[in-house]
Design a protein around this ligand. Structure first.
Ligand SMILES: Nc1ncnc2c1ncn2[C@@H]1O[C@H](COP(=O)(O)OP(=O)(O)OP(=O)(O)O)[C@@H](O)[C@H]1O
Ligand SMILES: O=P(O)(O)OC[C@H]1O[C@H](OP(=O)(O)OP(=O)(O)O)[C@H](O)[C@@H]1O
Ligand SMILES: [Mg+2]
Length: 281
């Protein structure tokens, strides 16, 4: 039985549950359930605080976990990334009141409030800066107004929270993060993990690609295929109408409308895009 840690609440929780559900795994029925069993797939899910997940995985008590790259780094635990999951993206940055601290060097001798002391400590060491770290559980943007700190280091997604607190970012982003699947460092890939990975990769592909189908005159096929090379190679079938072929090809969603316009311009017709519900490549 594979044992997997899933964030029980917070920014990564819904994204993790959605992804596992799309991959065909049965998830918990209520947000109060802290464990659930998927007997069909032989997987047991444990719903844990995302900041604790690396600890359970590094100890070997759980086989895999979904957490944030920033949380994994912050934990200092010996886990390694198996797959980036494409959700829960954020940037981790320094911020302060404009006109106070505005460079990383300027943090020397100052107090920095953060929920990610591990990440901040190693970044300060990298810059050769000595500063005090004030560890807070959340709402760190308040720390400056309340006099507990001179600067903060926190997750920035849209920047709304910083703006409302009258703070401005400075320095380069400390790190970028997204949700990742992690395992204990040095652990090989168990066969049961291979199936999970195939399924999760299938979800990533199904989310980022569409199936594009169109008809085109046979002599224009090469030009059309250049626009829609697909992942391996497009499927080309003859049409009843002489001199025409039908093409099917997986196309990146982000590029879809540009490709559809270009296909139309070279003479393709009946251009249809459809979602992919699931796939194994
Ligand atoms: N807007 C966001 N705020 C906080 N974390 C975010 C955001 N967007 C993505 N994340 C990522 O989510 C993870 C933090 O999740 P976590 O559940 O610990 O905090 P949270 O979403 O702030 O929840 P809580 O309310 O319990 O503090 C990190 O990996 C972080 O990079
Ligand atoms: O850039 P934004 O889109 O505003 O998002 C970033 C904010 O969201 C998170 O806080 P959260 O709401 O999780 O509260 P917390 O500080 O108590 O964790 C994070 O800690 C920032 O404060
Ligand atoms: Mg938070």
């Amino acid at each position: 039985m594979l044992r997997i840690a899933v964030p029980n609440k917070g920014s990564l929780s819904q994204g993790a549950t959605d992804m596992l559900t799309e991959a065909g795994y049965r998830q918990r029925g209520s947000s109060r359930d802290l464990q659930s069993l998927d007997t069909v797939n032989g997987v047991e899910f444990f719903y844990l605080r995302p900041s604790d997940i690396a600890t359970y995985v590094a100890s070997g008590d759980l086989d895999l976990g979904i957490t944030g790259q920033d949380l994994a780094v912050n934990s200092g635990e010996q886990v390694e990334e198996v797959l980036a999951l494409g959700f829960g993206r954020s940037t981790f940055r320094y911020a302060a009141r404009p006109g106070t601290v505005d460079t990383v060097k300027g943090l020397d001798g100052k107090r920095i409030a953060t929920s990610f002391p591990g990440v901040v400590k190693s970044d300060l060491e990298k810059h050769g800066v000595q500063a005090g770290i004030v560890k807070l559980a959340g709402a760190v943007e308040n720390a400056i107004a309340l006099g507990v700190a001179d600067a903060i280091a926190d997750v920035v997604e849209t920047g709304t929270t910083l703006k409302q607190a009258g703070l401005a970012v400075f320095g380069d982003p400390i790190m970028q993060s997204e949700a990742v699947l992690v395992r204990k460092a040095g652990n090989g890939q168990a066969p049961a993990v291979e199936q999970l990975l195939r399924r999760l990769r299938g979800v990533l592909v199904a989310r980022s690609y569409v199936m594009l189908a169109y008809d085109v005159r046979a002599e224009l096929l090469e030009a059309a295929v250049e626009l829609t090379p697909g992942i391996e190679s497009p499927t080309v079938s003859p049409l009843h109408r002489e001199g025409w072929v039908a093409v099917q090809s997986m196309t990146e969603r982000a590029d879809l409308h540009r490709v559809m316009d270009a296909l139309y311009e070279i003479g393709a017709r009946g251009i249809l895009a459809s979602n992919i519900d699931a796939c194994r490549l």
